[in-house]
Write a protein that binds this ligand. Structure first.
Ligand SMILES: [Zn+2]
Length: 341
């Protein structure tokens, strides 16, 4: 048994408010604890989106009422909140900007809006940006000397561009997801709509480049984006897969296979997210892991409401055994043990 610090997932969609048939703050944070995460950072593209004082107040209230682990909140940049959103910088972990061909209500098609947000937001700007949009975001961050965090980097050209920008001293950080590290477009046939994500699964060369450049990656983030099976198998499947309960076993498997050191795993799932978003330490918090247990990931048991995983059938090495949050045991041997669970 080894002890890790409480892990941090810097990119999740817990679906409260508005889409709680897929997930909610209670089920999503129980999934987090079951996966070894004691803090998650929740994205703003809910219904309604988190874009102003009222929606941030409402989500904060719901976090206090029903979350079982610590939850940091992003606010979203929209065309209408350029002037006002900066006032929320003390309460939000960062500003999320959706550039290019992204999904949801916060899509920013206009260059002037993106520039205005970049100039005015006083903290970390996290971007969903693919291809040329990523290159533009890196250029703008450099121009305005803003800390930029690139979410779910998935392509060879993108991770190589980030490496070059970092080598030039740009204030850039980035994350990659387990689904882009462990799956490729070759899995898409078998997974069908369950493998539909944005950014799409890459080629074997993309996946190889993510592993080869893992030394310039700051965080592994799940981009936990649950949808029901009915939605995924419907006529218009939405993009996204759950990931909170599979990220740690997959990354421990990478350690087992010699692709990653345990120290580096802790950097990617704890130190990196803390550094990128300036998060406080969680005293008395740790995760006990059995590094050697070998098992096959299944669809059950899962705490996420959606009840499935694209990694079902994969053999992994390593399992979270116990999670202690501020001195209290909150997860033990497959069971989340919360007084109010
Ligand atoms: Zn996302």
């Amino acid at each position: 048994m080894i002890t890790l610090p409480g892990l941090i997932d810097a990119h999740v969609h817990l679906r409260t408010p508005g889409q709680t048939h897929k997930e909610d703050l209670s089920s999503g944070t129980r999934a987090a604890l079951a996966g070894g995460f004691t803090r998650v950072l929740d994205m703003p593209n809910t219904t309604p989106p988190t874009v102003d004082q009222a929606t941030l107040d409402d989500k904060s209230r719901q976090v206090r009422a029903s979350a079982h682990c610590d939850v940091g909140l992003f606010v979203g940049g929209s065309a209408r909140n350029v002037g006002a959103v900066g006032q929320l910088s003390g309460r939000a972990v960062g500003l999320k900007l959706y550039l290019g061909e992204t999904y949801g209500p916060l899509f920013l098609p206009r260059m002037d809006t993106v520039i205005a947000h970049m100039r005015r937001w006083p903290g970390v700007v996290a971007v969903h940006a693919d291809g040329w949009h990523l290159a533009a975001a890196i250029g703008l961050a450099r121009l305005f000397d803003r800390p930029l965090h690139c979410c779910h980097v998935a392509r060879k050209a993108e991770i190589e561009l980030i490496r070059q920008a970092k080598e030039l001293g740009a204030r850039i950080t980035c994350e990659v997801t387990p689904h882009h590290l462990f799956l490729t477009d070759a899995d898409s046939g078998a997974l069908g709509p369950l493998g539909y994500v944005k950014p799409a699964l890459g080629t074997a060369a993309d996946r190889g480049a993510l592993w080869a450049n893992l030394d310039v990656v700051d965080c592994i983030a799940s981009d936990h984006a649950p949808h029901t099976l009915e939605e995924k198998r419907g006529d218009f499947p939405p993009p996204g897969v759950p990931g909170l309960e599979t990220t740690l076993p997959l990354m421990l498997t990478a350690v087992h296979d010699g692709r990653l050191s345990l120290d580096r795993l802790v950097e990617l799932l704890h130190d990196g997210p803390r550094r990128v978003y300036g998060l406080p330490e969680q005293p008395g918090t740790h995760v006990q892991v059995d590094q050697h247990e070998r098992y096959v990931l299944g669809d059950d048991p899962l705490y996420t409401k959606c009840g499935w995983t694209p990694f079902a059938g994969m053999t992994v090495h390593g399992r979270s055994r116990r999670v202690i949050l501020r001195g209290k045991r909150v997860y033990a041997d497959g069971q989340v043990c919360m007084s109010n669970a």
